[in-house]
Write a protein that binds this ligand. Structure first.
Ligand code: BGC
Length: 377
């Protein structure tokens, strides 16, 4: 590329990165930028590999495709890959991306601890690594982290349960079944810690009783109740077991802590098959705003979801990529929380929010995140 063109390119990217950062500084504002900005810059220097965990969960399809189209509209070449939740597959996809000259890698890790060697290759090749949504652990070759405030996802779930049951007013006892996310996902620890820091006092006081005994002794033991791979079927099987073993005498479940929607869908199915209906359905939390869960919320067989507007995350990562290519430091808003075991990774955290049946329309439909017909409205 000629020097003059290159300078124009960098100036274009830089201006765009700044305007993106400015327009997305308010986390509450639904993203309206579709990435089709006509200031788009064509560049042979922008070669981005996006590694997503799986197509089996709705959110990752939206995340991957949304980010790809944003970056392509900026003139970047994008290689988007999904890895069927298989770590080895994700590693070989990353090796290919590096071999094909990706200069920025955006990675939603399957197992946060297994990418060290491939990221060393990435570092040697001069690629910048952005951990997407999930932190990559035990590697120095992680440059930035863009995510939602994972601890506050859990806090919102815990506070929802606390308020719905009147726990702060001394109400109870209630039968309570807690679940946690995949033990290999660093986010799952934050989700559980956020919820447990609100709820464990009520387990201690006896206001929340856990008939299955599946309450970790401390927050650090969360993996003992984790559902590996975040599968709905596994969550359903676990809830089936708890119901058969601990509720066979007619006891009722009052409340279930589920860290996300894929687990909540399996748990809801199990409860419905056991005879619970919208009239006596336990409180059941979730996260992501998946279509199936939002439909369940409207039908009274899930209580809430913590909504993470993945368009905002896409917008943020797009801004990071463009800043990096312009030779600037991407904007971050947290430089203390996310220690990956080797270093604290500079992070940008976006604020999540609660959605219930009353706010599905105003938050999810009106903002264009979901279509009314997707959720039976
Ligand atoms: C994400 C959640 C998602 C879960 C399962 C987590 O790392 O933050 O949004 O529900 O993975 O895919």
């Amino acid at each position: 590329m000629k020097r003059r063109n290159k300078l124009a390119l960098v100036a274009g990217i830089s201006a765009m990165a700044l305007s993106l950062a400015a327009c997305s500084s308010d986390d509450e504002t639904p993203a309206t930028d579709t990435g089709t900005d006509d200031t788009a810059v064509a560049t042979e220097d922008c070669n981005v590999g996006i590694a997503m965990p799986t197509r089996s969960l709705e959110r990752w399809i939206n995340d991957g495709e949304g980010l790809k189209s944003r970056l392509e509209a900026d003139g970047c070449t994008v290689d988007l890959q999904y890895a069927d939740n298989e770590t080895d597959q994700q590693i070989s996809q990353l090796q290919n991306m590096i071999a094909n000259g990706s200069n920025v890698l955006v990675i939603a890790a399957i197992d946060g601890t297994t990418l060290g060697p491939v990221l060393e290759t990435a570092g040697d090749a001069g690629a910048t690594v952005i951990a997407y949504d999930r932190l990559i652990l035990e590697s120095p070759n992680v440059d930035y982290y863009a995510t939602f405030d994972n601890y506050s996802v859990g806090t919102l779930q815990g506070e929802f349960i606390e308020a719905e049951l009147g726990l702060a007013d001394g109400e109870g006892p209630y039968n309570f079944e807690p679940f946690a996310g995949s033990p290999d996902d660093n986010n799952a620890r934050f989700f559980f810690a956020g919820a447990w820091d609100v709820l464990s006092q009520y387990v201690d006081s006896g206001q929340l009783v856990v008939p299955s005994g599946k309450a970790p002794a401390t927050v650090d033991d969360w993996q003992s109740i984790g559902i590996l791979g975040w599968g709905s079927d596994d969550a359903q099987a676990e809830m089936d077991n708890r119901l058969a073993s601990f509720y066979a005498g007619g006891e009722k479940v009052d409340v279930v802590l589920s860290p996300n929607d894929s687990l909540a869908q399996g748990i809801s199915q199990s409860l419905q098959l056991a005879g619970y209906t919208a009239d006596d359905f336990p409180i059941l939390t979730g996260q992501d705003g998946d279509k199936a869960s939002v439909a369940n919320i409207l039908n009274g067989v899930q209580s809430m979801t913590v909504w993470k507007d993945t368009r905002l995350l896409g917008e943020r990562v797009e801004a990071m990529v463009l800043s990096i290519l312009a030779g600037e430091e991407p904007e971050v808003n947290d430089t203390t929380t996310y220690d990956n075991g080797i270093k604290v990774v500079p992070s940008y955290l976006i604020t999540p929010e609660v959605v219930t049946a009353d706010t599905v329309e105003s938050k999810l439909i009106d903002s264009g995140f979901l279509k009314a017909e997707d959720v039976g409205l």
